[in-house]
Each structure stands twice: as C-alpha cells, then as structure tokens.
Design a protein around this ligand. Structure first.
Ligand code: ACO
Length: 321
C-alpha cells in the first residue's frame, strides 16, 4: 500500500503586510527585499494562532476529501512555533477538530517538517499500522523573529497547510530521500525562552531566530538538487518526466538555482513566496493546497516535493497525484 494525498487545505492570517509596511519598522525597501528574495508580502498573525490556523487548514483538507475527523488515525503537526511547549499542537488540533481516535504528536524539523511528517506517515501506512494520516505544517514565525533585525524579519510569514493521506493501491508516494546534519545546526537557530528559575542567573536574553543567510543559501543550492536527484533515481524517473517541482518557499533565487542545476525551466517550479514569504513547515502544504484549489494538480501528474531548513534538515519525495 502506498501513501496518497487525497485532500489539501490551508489557512493564512487576515493581515497582509507588504514590503512597504516592513520599511516602516526597519531600514529596508521593497526593492531590496523583492530583488534578493522574490518576497513582496507576507501574512502575519494578529488574532490567529498556530492552533487556529492548523485547525482551519485541517478542516479544509478533510472537507475536500469528504472525510470525517473521527476517522483520522494519525495526526501529525510539523511546527517550530507551537502556541505551547506542551501539550503538542497536534493534541490541541485533535480536540479542536474532533479527531478523537487519532494518535497525535508534533515533529520539529523546521522547513523540512512537512516532508518528515510525510515520511513518518508513509512508514506507518506501508506497514499497515494506520490506514490514514492528517498532516499539518503550521507556523507563527512572527513571534520568534527579531523585529529589529532587517536581515531576517523581512523573510518570514505565518500560516498553515494540511494534507490528508490515505493508503492506496495506485499512485501516491513513489520514492523519498531525506537527511539531517546536526554539524551545522548553528547556521540557523532560535534559542528557547529564558528560564527565570532561582538556580539560574537573571536577565538572560530572549531567544530570537538567527541565521547566517549565505551559509543557508550555499547549503540549499548544493543539497536540494542532490536529494531531488536521489529521490528521482529511486523512482526510476528523470527530471523531464516530472510535471511540477514544489519546493520550500524560502527564496526565489534558491529555486532558480535548483531549476538550473536540474536543467528544468523555472515555470515548472510554482511559487507563492511573493505573497506568503517563508512560512517554514507550512510552506509546502500551503503551496500544494493553493495549486490544488486552482486545479493545477491533475490525477496522474508526477510531482516532486522538496524542503530544506534548520537542523540542518532536508528532503525530497516523488509522488503521483
Ligand atoms: N534591507 C536592506 N538591506 C539589508 C537587508 C534588508 N532587509 N538585510 C540585509 N541588508 C544589508 C546588510 O546589512 C548588508 O549591508 P552592508 O553591505 O552594508 O553590510 C547587505 O544588505 C548585504 O547583506 P547580506 O546578508 O550579505 O545579503 P545577501 O546578499 O546574503 O542576502 C539573504 C541576504 C537574502 C538572506 C541571502 O543570504 C539569502 O537568500 N539566504 C538564504 C537564506 C534563506 O532563504 N533563509 C530563509 C530561512 S532558512 C530556510 O527556510 C531554509
């Protein structure tokens, strides 16, 4: 049995912050941000939470597949910005949508989180342990971004995406290639909140997201084509046999470099970072759901999904829609 996506959904905060709005907060410009990243706007949470967006995206995916929440057997949320340290976002979503029979837990793999969740779901589905899984990628990065650091705060956005996966005899996931390398964890990290217990010194700094942008760029353009090629080889396919390459939406220049390395046209790599920014674990399922909503995904299409991010972590999979 293969794992096949049968329903998708997404949720974005109501507030759309364009680059001009960010230029009122830090010394930046629409020209600098859009030329270097392809980002023109992002949605930022005012009222919304990681939980509320996760639940909205999940309900949309379930409705699209005409699937009852109580029939969900596995519920995984990929996030680095849950609203609480415990319980998991997945357990909160479980209550919110009524998925009372599911096993629920979170995965922390930053921008690769959705692919890691798909990897776990596939293993459970192939082994016959579960017949379906509801996978969510959700982030409220606006709460961990340093809004005085123009080098990072302009890159990120908030949102959630979801995909319902079921066991299928045809189509679905054909091959995957994932990896992690803790060696370079310090090129992109976010420290935890300070602990004010009586045993520790007071006045520790609050942790914000920190990044060595050029190191991340080099890592991405080297590793992403490699893992896509590995996944394609396992599937016995060539890049030209793929209909769409859906990549983590970090940066337009990274995607252009990957397309070039694979010898493919940029048009095969749909993008939404112009309107959503980088939403980390949410970026792949949001884009997938938007393409599904617009009728861009046809049954039988061969699709590559690929993510990369903090950890360092990365992954690619080949699937038949
Ligand atoms: N507006 C205006 N100027 C800026 C801004 C900004 N928002 N940010 C940085 N600058 C300035 C810097 O201060 C620096 O000025 P200086 O030359 O006077 O010192 C200059 O621009 C160049 O800064 P760099 O950091 O060297 O800029 P770079 O060309 O590397 O571009 C960027 C930065 C866009 C982040 C690039 O490194 C990149 O694309 N990295 C990939 C990282 C990425 O996508 N991360 C996303 C998160 S990770 C993930 O999702 C996998």
């Amino acid at each position: 049995m293969r794992a096949r996506i049968i329903g998708t959904g997404y949720s974005l905060p109501a507030f759309r912050a364009d680059n001009d709005y960010l230029a009122t907060l830090v010394d930046t410009s629409d020209e600098w941000i859009s030329e270097r990243t392809g980002i023109r706007a992002r949605h930022l949470a005012r009222e919304e939470t990681t939980l509320s967006m996760s639940a909205d995206a999940a309900r949309m995916a379930l409705a699209k597949a005409d699937f009852k929440a109580e029939d969900v057997e596995l519920l995984i949320v990929a996030t680095i910005t849950g609203d609480m340290d415990t319980p998991s976002t997945a357990c909160q979503v479980q209550k919110e949508i009524g998925a009372k029979n599911a096993l629920a837990f979170d995965i922390n793999a930053a921008c690769s989180g959705f692919l890691y969740a798909l990897h776990v779901a596939e293993a459970f589905i192939e082994s016959g342990t579960y017949r379906n899984a509801l996978l969510i990628g959700a982030e409220t990065l606006s709460k961990v971004v340093d809004w005085t650091d123009r080098g990072t705060c302009v890159l990120f956005g908030d949102g959630a995406g979801a995909a319902l996966v079921t066991a299928s005899e045809s189509g679905g996931l054909l091959a995957q290639s994932l990896g992690s390398s803790g060696e370079k964890w310090d090129v992109l990290f976010c420290e935890g909140r300070p602990n004010e217990n009586p045993l520790r010194e007071k006045g520790q700094k609050c942790g914000y997201l920190k990044m060595d942008g050029q190191e991340v760029f080099k890592f991405a353009v080297r590793t992403v084509p490699q893992c896509i090629e590995e996944a394609l080889e396992k599937a016995g396919l060539k890049p030209e046999e793929i209909d769409l390459f859906i990549l983590h939406q970090a940066n337009k220049r990274i995607i252009q470099a990957v397309a070039k390395r694979l010898g493919m046209a940029e048009e095969e790599f749909p993008m939404n970072m112009d309107e959503c920014g980088n939403t980390s674990a949410a970026s792949l399922p949001i884009l997938l759901a938007q393409l599904d909503e617009r009728g861009r995904l046809r049954r039988g299409d061969r699709i590559v999904l690929s993510g990369f991010g903090a950890g360092l972590t990365w992954g690619a999979c080949v699937l038949e829609w």
